[in-house]
Design a binder for this molecule. Structure first.
Ligand SMILES: [Zn+2]
Length: 219
């Protein structure tokens, strides 16, 4: 099953993507990870992307699409994939469709995870990350047992510089402006399903499985 996950930051796509990836035995693909892998292995795409990023420029849609095309042709993606973080614009969505159709791997479903803005803001501003091991906590919903200290490794917990209320507000604005219109685009193609991202992780998972036609009784 070839799936795109759409939704704002903080809606829980990453958690659901990791679980669904296991359940379906397909890779969860993020463009950030793919870019880092290409740069590490020194491919032509990787070199181009690295030069752009070092110059502080955005990696072009053409490079991203080339990378996705290469990645979905790999053996582990033969039965499908979950793509998260791409597309973010209408132009990218159209490019992705063309790329996947020419690779005989068109999308089966696009899942839109939704949550009201105040819920997202509260989730994102309360997020704390371990500076040593990267474990993620939340001051309200998932606090560490000792304030400011990582349960897993004892490292110090920090708020990421891009998790300030201002930066979060800017990212959510950008999402609403750029990415939210993709819902209409995919709905018009009959691919869109919606999942309520405000519910608990297990409930979201059941809803997700139901929405993509894999519904089951989850105990
Ligand atoms: Zn830690």
């Amino acid at each position: 099953m070839r799936i795109v996950f759409l939704g704002p930051q903080g809606v829980g796509k990453g958690t659901q993507g990791a679980r669904l990836s296991e359940r379906l035995s397909v890779p969860a693909l993020s463009t950030g990870d793919m870019l880092r892998a290409e740069v590490r292995s020194g491919t032509e795409l990787g070199l181009q992307a690295d030069a752009l990023m070092k110059a502080g420029e955005l990696v072009s849609d053409a490079i991203m699409l080339g990378m996705i095309r290469t990645r979905v042709a790999q053996a582990d993606a033969a039965t499908g994939f979950i793509l998260d973080g791409f597309p973010r614009t209408l132009a990218q969505a159209e490019g992705l469709d063309a790329t996947l159709v020419s690779a005989s791997a068109p999308l089966d479903v696009v899942v839109l995870f939704e949550a009201p803005r105040d819920v997202l803001e509260s989730r994102l501003t309360g997020r704390r990350t371990c500076g040593d091991c990267g474990a993620v906590y939340h001051v309200l919903s998932q606090p560490s047992s000792r304030e400011g200290v990582c349960d897993r490794c004892g490292g110090g917990l920090v708020q990421r510089a891009d998790d300030t209320p201002e930066a979060i507000g800017r990212r959510l604005d950008l999402y609403e402006r750029q990415t939210a219109p993709l819902a209409d685009y995919y709905a018009a193609r009959g691919l869109l399903v919606r999942v309520d991202g405000t519910r608990a992780v297990g409930e979201v998972r059941s809803d997700l499985l139901m929405a993509i036609g894999l519904g089951e009784v989850v105990s």
